[in-house]
Design a binder for this molecule. Structure first.
Ligand SMILES: Cc1cc2nc3c(=O)[nH]c(=O)nc-3n(C[C@H](O)[C@H](O)[C@H](O)COP(=O)(O)OP(=O)(O)OC[C@H]3O[C@@H](n4cnc5c(N)ncnc54)[C@H](O)[C@@H]3O)c2cc1C
Length: 379
């Protein structure tokens, strides 16, 4: 490492993409600092269903899923707004764990691996000049050769950099809200359900300790229509689907106030901005309907780690690192993102979803094909 830089790599954002990348780089011998604006452990909006494509990877980092006794989920149920159900075995399946628990475990592993964990620290600016970065935080400035952007769906840095998706006008793909609860509710723990309602869908699947995650995505317009009241929206709009009506009526809610996020965009994003390498949702967000954003974020971090390692070892130039990351990322994910956006556009419109569910019911192979398009292979 050149003496001008205190760190080889600075990672901005400690979700799954940032945490897993930090561990891999530290294990490879690089000096890593990770900034996370929140303090671990904390809840965040996520369906908490992790596709099994990342199980071996997580085990490799030190997550002992067997000891955690996590529910394995291999069945899917989708309901149309009118309540009609489609059932399907999941080709690969997933496991359930809260982000509160998983992110905390990974943060502990990162600390043990030697990553300097700066939680409760927001990065306000990342400036590239003369082969390295200066990151501005309230705790002072940090210098690193590489900066990784794993700051999620929408961050102050997106605004600061005036990224293209921030400049876009509101459209069908860029103004969603996400809401999450943990609940106690009797349902099949091997099944993830996806209940559609007007302009949105709500997933429920098992996590640790006998709990389930109930998480939905809908348009900001739906909340406006309900006088900006979440309980009213759940009663008047979501509960038109009879399955959701039962859940909201009978479930025991562990925290009454939901975790919520707004201004979610599924627009395309640039992979590299001011030489910052983006991973996870900062690079392009897969729709929750595909249940796979976490795996995609971790997989992107794994690809990125190989490229950063080659650059820091002097095997490739910065330009080669950036080009090669872009190439491999595009071939790994652009098809999945396209399918995700296509499905996202199709769902939520009650007539279309009702029709789609009825039409697909007799064709399990077609449903299986569609589900497969949104899932990746083990990495
Ligand atoms: C409603 C909904 C349901 C979903 N359900 C699923 C699911 O069931 N399965 C699945 O695989 N995926 C799901 N996803 C997608 C999944 O949650 C994301 O793809 C995944 O969390 C992305 O991880 P990440 O590391 O890129 O970002 P995040 O996990 O969002 O982490 C980004 C971090 O960056 C931090 N940050 C931002 N700006 C700064 C800054 N300036 N300085 C310091 N820190 C900063 C944030 O605090 C945050 O902790 C869902 C998404 C939504 C919206």
């Amino acid at each position: 490492m050149s003496s001008a830089f205190t760190y080889d790599v600075a990672i901005v954002g400690g979700g799954l993409a940032g945490l897993t990348t930090s561990i891999q780089l530290a294990n490879a011998g690089w000096k890593v600092v990770l900034f996370e604006k929140e303090s671990y452990p904390f809840h965040r909006v996520c369906g908490e269903y992790i596709s099994l494509e990342s199980r071996a990877f997580l085990r490799g980092l030190g997550i002992d899923d067997e000891a955690l006794d996590l529910p394995i989920i291999d069945q899917l149920q989708v309901s149309a707004p009118n309540g009609k159900l489609l059932e399907q075995r999941l080709p690969l399946g997933g496991m359930g764990i809260s982000r509160y628990r998983l992110d905390q475990l990974l943060a502990e592993i990162a600390t043990k691996a030697g990553v300097l964990m700066m939680d409760h620290t927001r990065v306000n600016e990342a400036i590239f000049e003369k082969d390295g970065f200066t990151l501005h935080t309230p705790e002072g400035n940090y210098r690193s050769r590489i900066a990784v952007g794993s700051f999620g769906k929408r961050s102050n840095l997106d605004v600061k950099m005036n990224r293209e998706f921030i400049r876009q006008k509101a459209s069908g793909l860029n103004n969603f809200i996400g809401i999450k609860y943990h609940i106690r509710y009797a349902h099949a723990r091997d099944t993830i359900v996806l209940h559609n309602f007007s302009d949105g869908y709500c997933g429920m699947s098992a996590i640790e300790n006998g709990l389930s995650c109930l998480c939905y995505l809908t348009t900001a317009a739906n909340l406006e229509r309900s006088g900006k009241s979440i309980p009213r929206m759940e009663q008047e709009i979501l509960s038109q689907n009879p399955h959701l009506e039962r859940i909201f009526r009978d479930a025991d809610f562990v925290f009454r106030e939901p975790v919520a996020i707004s201004q979610i965009s599924f627009a395309q994003k640039s992979l590299i901005e001011n030489h910052i390498l983006m991973a996870g949702d900062a690079a392009g967000m897969i729709t929750p309907l595909c249940g796979n954003g976490m795996s995609m974020g971790m997989h992107a971090g794994k690809i990125m780690t190989g490229k950063i390692d080659a650059f820091l070892s002097g095997k490739i130039s910065r330009e080669e690192m950036e080009q090669s990351y872009q190439q491999v990322w595009t071939s790994a994910f652009s098809g999945r993102l396209r399918t995700g956006r296509m499905i996202q556009r199709m769902f939520g419109k009650p007539m279309m979803t009702n029709l789609f569910i009825s039409a697909m019911k007799p064709f399990p192979r077609a449903v299986n094909w569609l589900v497969k398009q949104t899932h990746g292979a083990e990495f």
